[in-house]
Design a protein around this ligand. Sequence first.
Ligand SMILES: Nc1ncnc2c1ncn2[C@@H]1O[C@H](COP(=O)(O)OP(=O)(O)O)[C@@H](O)[C@H]1O
Ligand SMILES: [Mg+2]
Length: 473
Amino acid sequence: MIPLSLARIAQVTGGQLAHGDPEAIVSGEVVIDSRRAAPGGLFAAVAGERSDGHDFAAAAVAAGAVAVLATRPVPVPSVLVADVPAALAALARSVVDALPRARIAGITGSSGKTSTKDLAAQLVERLGPTIAPAGSFNNEFGHPLTVLRADASTRYLVLELSARGLGHIAYLCRVAPPRYGVVLNVGHAHAGEFGGLDQVARAKGELPEALPADGVAILNADDPRVLAMADRTAARVVTFSCAPEPARGAAVRAADIRLDDLGRPGFTLLTPEGSAPVTLRLHGAHNVPNALAAAALARELGLDLDGIADGLRAATARSRWRMEVHQRGDGVTVINDAYNANPESVRAALDALAHLTQGGAGHGGRAFAVLGHMAELGDTTRASHEDAGEYAARLGGPGLAGLIAVGEEAAPLLDGARRVPAWTGEALAVPDGATALEELANRLKPSDVVLVKASRAAHLEGVAAALLGEAGQ
Ligand SMILES: Nc1ncnc2c1ncn2[C@@H]1O[C@H](COP(=O)(O)OP(=O)(O)O)[C@@H](O)[C@H]1O
Ligand SMILES: [Mg+2]
């Protein structure tokens, strides 16, 4: 981060300096995990559900942190503030204001923010020093902490913006005002908290609304709720599309989309400057729109077609448990998509499962889906699980051999699957991941493919790890 004295930090955050030298300089990372506190950094103490960061203030300073940002007195150098997220936001904004040459891009949408952010960062890094968060640092804590990593050398910030309600994205856009804004899709993630898809669209549209007239709104032409955001921005609108004939045309497109043996998409990237063949190292057709969004952003920032195509071909998955495809020694393929789940991403993952058993690496094998519940869907929870189960039972190719619903909340998946009379697969309800593993062990044969997916809270990544013989994580 750009070096700031404790006196300056107190001034920017409206806080009170306690036990500290006002001239002491913070130049290292700002962290909220005391175990990550390092020399020269600042530790922000946050009271969580399980522990209170204030209890680790002394440990953070012992590990080298210059001071602690806190809401109650601690026995070490500190800046006392009324609200830690607000203080982080004020600090982040002061850093942004001090770096007028850094160009800021925000990425939002219901599904694919992290995947797209990771792809975009790997393209934009070709243009110059780039700050992008690790994983999903996308809320009122992670977003400012990411911005605070910027310094005088930073040329680009590629940020992930999440929302659980109206006003959240507008808030993040005030912390670090983006000139470039990407909206991927409007789907059911957190739709329960929002109160329906129209509310989700209102919330995601706060990103294009926040863009200035000399900014660029990068919108998915294949999602009508996203395309409609063109009317909500002062910025120039650029669209991307996977459709053969996109609505209102699109600057960045994909043609001839196909999947290889492991479900990795290949396509022809079409741009106004020309076309280029691209094969992604990521799995699943849903990564094509993500790649187009990243390409459109990089193109606006000045990366040429060769750079974009090379960058997409070289880009790897930087964040774990999103459509990781692994093959076991015995020929069983495991798709670990256990990071999270919502109706759209479950369908995307099931499509990939179908592809693998149909013509891909698991050709001739059978498809098993181990699905946990999808959280935060509100009133639509039951219907969404039934619909996902029905979708699973209607899978193409050889169809689904087994659907294993993990946990009570996932059980309606099986009711949905039973709505498909033609489905002859096995429907199993199990209480936990360990039982799912036992049931699979009795069934799996070489060439079979297993998808493991659920919301974060279900922690099914342990099931995928156990299937692969890895230690639990
Ligand atoms: N464009 C997309 N459409 C549907 N599902 C997607 C898309 N991109 C990613 N996914 C799936 O959604 C889940 C979350 O992906 P991630 O990139 O972490 O998105 P987010 O950051 O928005 O939660 C993963 O299961 C991933 O495979
Ligand atoms: Mg994310």
